[in-house]
Design a protein around this ligand. Structure first.
Ligand code: PLP
Length: 430
């Protein structure tokens, strides 16, 4: 309560802006995830890896727009040049097939080992189209997903029986209760396939919004095998995880997905999504073929994102940069683990994605959201969030860190120290 009172006192202009925003946006919000009680901080500027809010506070951005902001808030010179070329020499959306969409598609195919790819405007769209493609290819309807899985605003599966009301085709989704439980997953896949109507299994190789929980290799491969055994399309959602390895996490782990979905940073900071994989499946979208599926988004090949995405992937986030960057994330996580040993704070994740968890017993082996259900200490998580903001560190309230390129090492050291001080200051609660 004291931390919240300080938050209110320190942020009068954000509070005022929130009241104003609520006059036109429900709850003053248009990205549910960004709402925080008593009100969200209104950010008015970003530069490099820093943010400034309405009340003039400066933060080191550790949330990285939930992984989409990988490249930082200031466009890299290569991305900036691509954007200016698009604006000055090409023009805004042309409403026609362009050279640039082919260039970006070929790059995505080569990088993530896809035979064919199609573009969309968001990760949500990419997943919706991948599932539609899997359904058309198999002639089946149902889809197996995992509790804690997040595949977009209308594809969110917090837990069994907790499918969000806005999920499309609710009845068609079958939720596996526990991520990383291969036997449970196999049983659900077999049961869902029993009527001969299972089209796809959709999974993240690291559950992102579900707590940054890595899938174990045996589990992920086993799920793929279970999908294959019943003729279901194995769809790997790499919207968040493609950043974690030079060719995406699916390639790194040898998962050989049938379809992959992509998004976030791959537009170079502009809105983007893509889905691709096996040519025979993607052929359902080939307009030269009779009975093909339509996929006609106006902005699928939008000029700006095709240019900035290409520059980002070819010149900025190269395979070499990806390897070094994720090693930096691993090093940060290891240091945080050392600082928090013996407390209620533990960390999950892989590479540049880190999850923070406050649990009753400080368990270090978190394998699924289900695993820590009922043991989470939301009060400590909130206290941590308020105090990290006060110390100038921007993380999500749920405890999510997505590193951005170019984050200064000394500021990461400062964060580790701030965490250490927090744990000391509240040792009675830890
Ligand atoms: N899939 C995963 C794994 C995600 O983390 C997200 C977004 O957070 C999405 C899909 C949806 O992407 P978008 O927000 O671009 O629609």
């Amino acid at each position: 309560a004291a931390a919240e009172a300080r938050f209110i006192a320190n942020n009068p202009l954000s509070q005022k802006q929130h009241t104003l925003a609520a006059g036109s946006l429900p709850g003053g919000n248009t990205r549910s995830l960004l709402h925080t009680s008593p009100f969200p901080l209104t950010v008015n500027r970003g530069q490099g890896t820093h943010l400034w809010d309405e009340d003039g506070h400066r933060y080191l951005d550790l949330a990285g727009d939930l992984s989409a902001g990988l490249l930082g808030h200031t466009p890299h010179p290569a991305v900036r040049a691509a954007l200016l070329t698009a604006l000055d020499a090409v023009g805004l959306n042309l409403g026609a097939t362009t050279v640039q969409e082919e260039r970006h598609a070929a790059l995505l195919c080569a990088r993530f080992r896809l035979e064919r790819v199609r573009m969309a405007n968001s990760g949500t769209e990419a997943n919706l189209h991948a599932l539609a493609g899997a359904r058309a290819f198999t002639g089946r309807r149902r889809v197996v997903v995992f509790a804690g899985g997040y595949h977009g605003g209308v594809l969110s599966f917090p837990g069994v029986g907790e499918v969000r009301g806005n999920t499309v085709d609710v009845a068609e989704f079958v939720v596996v209760p526990r991520y990383n439980d291969l036997e449970g997953a196999k049983a659900v896949v077999q049961r869902a396939a029993a009527g001969g109507d299972l089209a796809a299994v959709l999974i993240e190789a690291v559950q992102g919004a579900g707590g940054v929980i890595p899938g174990m290799e045996g589990f992920l491969r086993g799920v793929r095998e279970a999908a294959r055994a019943v003729g279901a399309v194995f769809v790997l959602d790499e919207v968040m995880t493609s950043r974690l390895a030079p060719n995406g996490l699916g390639v790194e782990l040898g998962l050989e997905p049938d379809l992959v979905t992509l998004g976030k940073y791959l537009g170079g900071g502009l809105t983007f999504g893509a889905f691709g994989g096996r040519a025979d499946i993607m052929a359902v979208y080939d307009p030269r073929l009779a009975g093909s599926l339509a996929h006609s988004g106006t902005f699928n090949n939008n000029t700006l994102a095709m240019h900035t995405g290409y520059a980002a992937l070819s010149e900025v986030y190269t395979p070499e940069v990806s390897a070094v960057f994720n090693a930096k994330g691993d090093a940060l996580r290891e240091q945080l683990v050392v600082v928090a040993r013996g407390t209620r704070l533990s960390f999950t994740g892989r590479g540049s994605l880190i999850g923070l968890h406050f649990t009753e017993d400080g368990t270090e082996q978190i394998q699924s959201g289900e695993h820590i259900k009922g043991k989470e200490r939301g009060d400590l998580r909130d206290l941590f969030w308020f105090e990290m903001l006060e110390a100038g560190f921007w993380i999500t309230r749920r405890g999510f860190i997505a590193l951005m390129l170019g984050t200064p090492d000394e500021e990461l050291d400062g964060f580790i120290q701030a965490v250490s001080k927090f744990l000391d200051r509240h040792s009675d609660l830890m």
